[in-house]
Ligand binder design. Structure first.
Ligand code: DGL
Length: 257
Protein backbone atom coordinates (compact mmCIF):
# COMPACT_ATOMS: atom_id res chain seq x y z
CA UNK A 1 0.00 0.00 0.00
CA UNK A 2 1.17 3.52 -0.82
CA UNK A 3 2.25 5.21 2.44
CA UNK A 4 0.31 8.34 1.46
CA UNK A 5 -2.96 6.44 1.69
CA UNK A 6 -2.28 4.99 5.12
CA UNK A 7 -4.15 6.43 8.11
CA UNK A 8 -2.72 8.56 10.92
CA UNK A 9 -2.96 7.12 14.43
CA UNK A 10 -3.78 9.12 17.54
CA UNK A 11 -3.90 7.99 21.13
CA UNK A 12 -4.66 9.42 24.55
CA UNK A 13 -5.61 8.13 27.99
CA UNK A 14 -9.20 8.73 26.96
CA UNK A 15 -11.27 11.32 25.13
CA UNK A 16 -8.85 14.25 25.67
CA UNK A 17 -6.78 13.76 22.54
CA UNK A 18 -9.92 14.41 20.48
CA UNK A 19 -9.18 18.11 21.07
CA UNK A 20 -5.99 17.61 19.05
CA UNK A 21 -7.67 15.40 16.46
CA UNK A 22 -10.30 18.13 15.95
CA UNK A 23 -7.54 20.55 14.90
CA UNK A 24 -5.76 17.93 12.76
CA UNK A 25 -8.96 17.25 10.80
CA UNK A 26 -9.24 20.97 10.01
CA UNK A 27 -5.65 21.10 8.74
CA UNK A 28 -5.61 17.72 6.99
CA UNK A 29 -9.19 17.07 5.85
CA UNK A 30 -8.27 14.38 3.33
CA UNK A 31 -6.41 12.14 5.76
CA UNK A 32 -7.90 9.04 7.37
CA UNK A 33 -7.56 9.02 11.15
CA UNK A 34 -7.68 6.21 13.71
CA UNK A 35 -8.19 7.47 17.24
CA UNK A 36 -7.63 5.22 20.24
CA UNK A 37 -8.82 6.41 23.64
CA UNK A 38 -7.63 4.30 26.55
CA UNK A 39 -10.53 5.29 28.83
CA UNK A 40 -10.40 1.95 30.62
CA UNK A 41 -7.04 3.04 32.06
CA UNK A 42 -7.78 6.75 32.46
CA UNK A 43 -6.55 8.83 34.13
CA UNK A 44 -2.88 8.41 33.25
CA UNK A 45 -1.81 11.49 35.16
CA UNK A 46 -1.87 9.87 38.59
CA UNK A 47 -0.22 6.58 37.55
CA UNK A 48 3.48 5.74 37.68
CA UNK A 49 5.75 6.67 34.76
CA UNK A 50 6.45 2.97 34.10
CA UNK A 51 2.75 2.17 33.89
CA UNK A 52 2.06 5.02 31.48
CA UNK A 53 5.04 4.03 29.35
CA UNK A 54 3.74 0.48 29.11
CA UNK A 55 0.24 1.66 28.22
CA UNK A 56 1.70 4.01 25.60
CA UNK A 57 3.45 1.09 23.92
CA UNK A 58 0.25 -0.98 24.02
CA UNK A 59 -1.69 1.86 22.40
CA UNK A 60 1.00 2.32 19.73
CA UNK A 61 1.07 -1.41 18.95
CA UNK A 62 -2.68 -1.35 18.50
CA UNK A 63 -2.45 1.59 16.09
CA UNK A 64 0.30 -0.14 14.14
CA UNK A 65 -2.06 -3.04 13.49
CA UNK A 66 -4.07 -0.53 11.44
CA UNK A 67 -0.92 0.28 9.41
CA UNK A 68 -0.68 3.90 10.48
CA UNK A 69 1.93 6.09 8.79
CA UNK A 70 2.40 8.38 11.81
CA UNK A 71 1.48 8.39 15.49
CA UNK A 72 0.30 11.41 17.42
CA UNK A 73 0.68 11.02 21.17
CA UNK A 74 -2.26 13.31 21.88
CA UNK A 75 -1.57 13.30 25.59
CA UNK A 76 0.86 15.50 27.53
CA UNK A 77 1.22 12.85 30.24
CA UNK A 78 2.09 10.00 27.83
CA UNK A 79 4.42 12.34 25.94
CA UNK A 80 6.39 13.11 29.08
CA UNK A 81 6.51 9.46 30.11
CA UNK A 82 7.21 7.75 26.81
CA UNK A 83 7.94 9.90 23.75
CA UNK A 84 11.67 9.21 23.66
CA UNK A 85 11.19 5.46 24.11
CA UNK A 86 8.55 5.41 21.38
CA UNK A 87 10.78 7.34 18.97
CA UNK A 88 13.70 5.01 19.68
CA UNK A 89 11.52 1.98 19.03
CA UNK A 90 9.55 3.09 15.97
CA UNK A 91 12.37 4.80 14.14
CA UNK A 92 10.86 4.88 10.69
CA UNK A 93 7.75 6.92 11.28
CA UNK A 94 6.95 10.36 12.65
CA UNK A 95 5.91 10.26 16.30
CA UNK A 96 4.45 13.61 17.32
CA UNK A 97 4.02 14.53 20.97
CA UNK A 98 2.47 17.41 22.87
CA UNK A 99 3.73 19.54 25.72
CA UNK A 100 2.19 22.50 27.57
CA UNK A 101 2.13 25.54 25.25
CA UNK A 102 4.30 27.71 27.45
CA UNK A 103 6.10 29.40 24.55
CA UNK A 104 3.01 31.15 23.10
CA UNK A 105 2.04 32.22 26.62
CA UNK A 106 5.47 33.81 27.20
CA UNK A 107 5.36 35.43 23.76
CA UNK A 108 2.15 37.26 24.70
CA UNK A 109 4.44 39.32 26.95
CA UNK A 110 1.66 40.06 29.38
CA UNK A 111 2.26 41.34 32.87
CA UNK A 112 1.38 38.69 35.47
CA UNK A 113 1.56 35.01 36.24
CA UNK A 114 1.33 32.21 33.68
CA UNK A 115 -0.55 29.29 35.21
CA UNK A 116 0.02 25.82 33.73
CA UNK A 117 -2.88 23.44 34.36
CA UNK A 118 -1.82 19.83 33.81
CA UNK A 119 -1.76 16.39 35.38
CA UNK A 120 0.51 15.74 38.38
CA UNK A 121 2.76 13.53 36.22
CA UNK A 122 3.25 16.08 33.45
CA UNK A 123 4.25 18.71 36.00
CA UNK A 124 6.67 16.48 37.89
CA UNK A 125 8.51 14.98 34.90
CA UNK A 126 11.87 16.02 33.46
CA UNK A 127 10.34 17.29 30.21
CA UNK A 128 8.37 19.93 32.06
CA UNK A 129 11.34 20.81 34.25
CA UNK A 130 13.39 21.48 31.08
CA UNK A 131 10.57 23.58 29.64
CA UNK A 132 10.41 25.66 32.83
CA UNK A 133 14.19 26.11 32.78
CA UNK A 134 13.97 27.53 29.27
CA UNK A 135 11.44 30.21 30.17
CA UNK A 136 11.70 30.90 33.87
CA UNK A 137 13.96 33.94 33.41
CA UNK A 138 11.33 35.70 31.31
CA UNK A 139 8.15 34.54 32.97
CA UNK A 140 6.48 34.02 36.31
CA UNK A 141 5.25 30.43 35.93
CA UNK A 142 2.89 28.68 38.34
CA UNK A 143 2.30 24.93 37.81
CA UNK A 144 -1.22 23.93 38.84
CA UNK A 145 -1.80 20.16 39.04
CA UNK A 146 -5.47 19.32 38.50
CA UNK A 147 -6.07 15.70 39.53
CA UNK A 148 -9.77 14.87 39.31
CA UNK A 149 -10.63 17.14 36.38
CA UNK A 150 -10.12 14.53 33.64
CA UNK A 151 -12.75 12.29 35.25
CA UNK A 152 -15.55 14.82 34.54
CA UNK A 153 -14.53 15.14 30.89
CA UNK A 154 -14.36 11.35 30.50
CA UNK A 155 -18.03 11.30 31.54
CA UNK A 156 -18.83 13.96 28.98
CA UNK A 157 -19.39 16.60 31.69
CA UNK A 158 -17.71 19.71 30.30
CA UNK A 159 -19.73 22.51 31.86
CA UNK A 160 -22.14 23.23 34.66
CA UNK A 161 -22.05 23.42 38.43
CA UNK A 162 -19.65 20.54 39.20
CA UNK A 163 -16.95 21.65 36.77
CA UNK A 164 -17.43 25.29 37.76
CA UNK A 165 -16.98 24.50 41.46
CA UNK A 166 -13.94 22.32 40.78
CA UNK A 167 -12.26 25.12 38.84
CA UNK A 168 -13.20 27.83 41.35
CA UNK A 169 -11.63 25.82 44.14
CA UNK A 170 -8.49 25.15 42.07
CA UNK A 171 -7.96 28.84 41.42
CA UNK A 172 -8.85 29.94 44.96
CA UNK A 173 -5.21 30.12 46.15
CA UNK A 174 -4.51 32.48 43.23
CA UNK A 175 -7.44 34.78 43.82
CA UNK A 176 -5.30 37.73 44.94
CA UNK A 177 -2.67 37.21 42.24
CA UNK A 178 -2.44 38.83 38.86
CA UNK A 179 -2.91 35.90 36.46
CA UNK A 180 -2.29 36.95 32.86
CA UNK A 181 -2.76 33.62 31.13
CA UNK A 182 -3.58 29.98 31.69
CA UNK A 183 -2.01 27.21 29.62
CA UNK A 184 -4.08 24.06 29.12
CA UNK A 185 -1.35 21.45 29.61
CA UNK A 186 -3.63 18.44 29.27
CA UNK A 187 -5.50 17.57 26.10
CA UNK A 188 -8.73 17.00 28.02
CA UNK A 189 -8.88 20.60 29.21
CA UNK A 190 -9.79 22.43 25.97
CA UNK A 191 -13.22 20.84 26.39
CA UNK A 192 -13.84 22.77 29.64
CA UNK A 193 -12.52 26.04 28.19
CA UNK A 194 -15.94 27.71 28.27
CA UNK A 195 -16.48 26.97 31.96
CA UNK A 196 -12.89 28.00 32.73
CA UNK A 197 -13.49 31.34 31.01
CA UNK A 198 -16.60 31.78 33.20
CA UNK A 199 -14.43 31.31 36.27
CA UNK A 200 -11.44 33.38 35.14
CA UNK A 201 -13.23 36.24 33.43
CA UNK A 202 -12.36 37.66 30.04
CA UNK A 203 -9.05 39.31 30.94
CA UNK A 204 -7.16 36.04 31.28
CA UNK A 205 -5.86 34.46 28.07
CA UNK A 206 -6.49 30.72 27.80
CA UNK A 207 -3.90 28.95 25.67
CA UNK A 208 -4.07 25.46 24.25
CA UNK A 209 -1.39 23.65 22.27
CA UNK A 210 -3.56 21.50 20.04
CA UNK A 211 -3.30 23.75 16.96
CA UNK A 212 0.50 23.75 17.29
CA UNK A 213 0.59 19.96 17.50
CA UNK A 214 -1.66 19.58 14.45
CA UNK A 215 0.62 21.99 12.55
CA UNK A 216 3.64 19.97 13.60
CA UNK A 217 1.96 16.80 12.28
CA UNK A 218 1.32 18.47 8.94
CA UNK A 219 4.94 19.68 8.73
CA UNK A 220 6.25 16.18 9.38
CA UNK A 221 4.01 14.66 6.70
CA UNK A 222 5.06 17.33 4.22
CA UNK A 223 8.76 16.84 5.00
CA UNK A 224 8.45 13.13 4.28
CA UNK A 225 6.15 13.67 1.33
CA UNK A 226 3.48 11.37 2.74
CA UNK A 227 0.44 13.67 2.74
CA UNK A 228 -2.64 11.92 1.39
CA UNK A 229 -3.40 13.51 -1.98
CA UNK A 230 -6.87 12.07 -2.46
CA UNK A 231 -9.60 14.60 -3.09
CA UNK A 232 -12.39 13.23 -0.93
CA UNK A 233 -12.78 13.77 2.81
CA UNK A 234 -10.93 11.34 5.06
CA UNK A 235 -12.49 8.67 7.27
CA UNK A 236 -12.42 8.98 11.05
CA UNK A 237 -12.44 5.84 13.17
CA UNK A 238 -12.80 6.06 16.94
CA UNK A 239 -11.73 3.11 19.10
CA UNK A 240 -11.79 2.89 22.88
CA UNK A 241 -10.49 0.33 25.35
CA UNK A 242 -13.82 0.53 27.21
CA UNK A 243 -15.57 -1.00 24.22
CA UNK A 244 -18.87 0.62 25.18
CA UNK A 245 -21.27 2.56 22.97
CA UNK A 246 -21.51 5.22 25.62
CA UNK A 247 -17.85 6.26 25.40
CA UNK A 248 -18.00 6.31 21.60
CA UNK A 249 -21.05 8.58 21.84
CA UNK A 250 -19.23 10.89 24.27
CA UNK A 251 -16.26 10.91 21.88
CA UNK A 252 -18.39 11.79 18.85
CA UNK A 253 -20.13 14.54 20.78
CA UNK A 254 -16.81 16.06 21.84
CA UNK A 255 -15.49 15.84 18.31
CA UNK A 256 -18.79 17.26 17.05
CA UNK A 257 -19.22 14.55 14.48
N1 DGL B 1 -5.09 13.92 28.28
C1 DGL B 1 -3.99 13.72 29.07
C2 DGL B 1 -2.92 14.77 28.99
O1 DGL B 1 -2.86 15.47 28.02
C3 DGL B 1 -3.98 12.86 30.28
C4 DGL B 1 -5.06 12.95 31.24
C5 DGL B 1 -5.00 11.81 32.22
O2 DGL B 1 -5.32 10.71 31.81
O3 DGL B 1 -4.61 12.02 33.38
O4 DGL B 1 -2.12 14.90 29.88
Amino acid sequence: MNVKNMPIGFFDSGVGGLSVLREAIKLLPNEDFIYFGDSKNAPYGTKSVDEVRELSFKASELLLKYSVKAIVVACNTATSAAIENLRNTYKNMPIIGIEPALKPAVELKREGKIVIMATPMTLSEKKFYNLMERYKENADIVPLPCPGLVEYIEKGIVKGREVNEFLKEKFLPLKNENVSSVVLGCTHYPFIKEELANVLGDKVAIIDGSKGTAAQLKRQLLNRDIINDKKEKGKITILNSLESNEIIEVSKKLLQL
